[in-house]
Design a protein around this ligand. Structure first.
Ligand SMILES: O=C([C@H](O)CO)[C@H](O)[C@H](O)COP(=O)(O)O
Length: 218
């Protein structure tokens, strides 16, 4: 499912936006993003039916459901895949049984699972275990509350890149146009940007600029 040789991709994370504003925003930004993330707060607010709604309007857009699954993994992953998600996230901190159930659901639905590495104490050890279990991507992630304490995901990305675990890496956590190049230097497979696009004065122009940087066209 995940093409390990592909050029980096830009993932737009949608967390803090109302349903009424979402489709108009996507109309403007979708040419400049490769993956749209239906963020955890949006899933909590509207449910997986929002994934179906977006997929219906933009059938060729890749959608990620940021479900951050921790338990009842097969059932919860299937809910997102059946709604139209191409990728579903789970928390890497969960037990191996739940990881295997996520992977099983992905195989059944032709989708992919992404491990959110937030708060994992030993990134390399857990990353190796997840690779062995067939996880499609590892997402280095510094959460909003950790960002408030001054952390960024750059150090964690460097650690996982250096480990050479044979699974593509994504990176998220407060990334914007100004900081994108520092992350891209470590060659992540997916650069995830949320508020860096959605709070910009012109989100479509910002997404276009970021897309060019991700593709090395700047
Ligand atoms: O996963 C996220 C966070 O936990 C809120 O659900 C965000 O989508 C991710 O961090 C990207 O958003 P920004 O940090 O605003 O770029």
């Amino acid at each position: 499912m995940v093409d390990r040789t592909a050029a980096p991709r830009l993932q737009l994370a949608l967390d803090d936006i109302g349903r009424e504003d979402l489709l108009p925003l996507l109309e403007r930004v979708h040419p400049f993003v490769d993956i749209v993330e239906v963020g955890t707060p949006l899933l909590m607010r509207y449910g997986v039916s929002l994934i179906t709604e977006i997929k219906k309007r933009f059938p060729t857009l890749h959608l990620l459901s940021d479900a951050k699954i921790m338990d009842a993994a097969h059932h919860e992953a299937a809910l997102s895949f059946e709604a139209g998600a191409d990728y579903v996230t789970f928390l890497a901190l969960t037990d191996d049984g739940s990881v295997s159930e996520c992977v099983r659901a992905a195989h059944e639905h032709g989708g992919a699972v992404v491990a959110d590495m937030i708060c994992v104490p030993d990134l390399v050890q857990r990353g190796r275990q997840l690779a062995h279990m067939g996880v499609d991507m590892l997402a280095v992630h510094t959460g909003v509350d950790q960002q408030a304490a001054g952390r960024t995901p750059l150090d964690d990305l460097q650690v996982l890149t250096a480990s050479a675990i044979p699974v593509p890496l994504a990176v998220a956590g407060g990334i914007n146009l100004a900081s994108a190049a520092a992350y891209l230097a470590w060659q992540p497979h997916v650069l995830i940007v949320g508020s860096g696009i959605t709070t910009a004065a012109d989100p479509a122009a910002e997404a276009e600029r970021l897309h060019a940087v991700v593709r090395g066209e700047h």
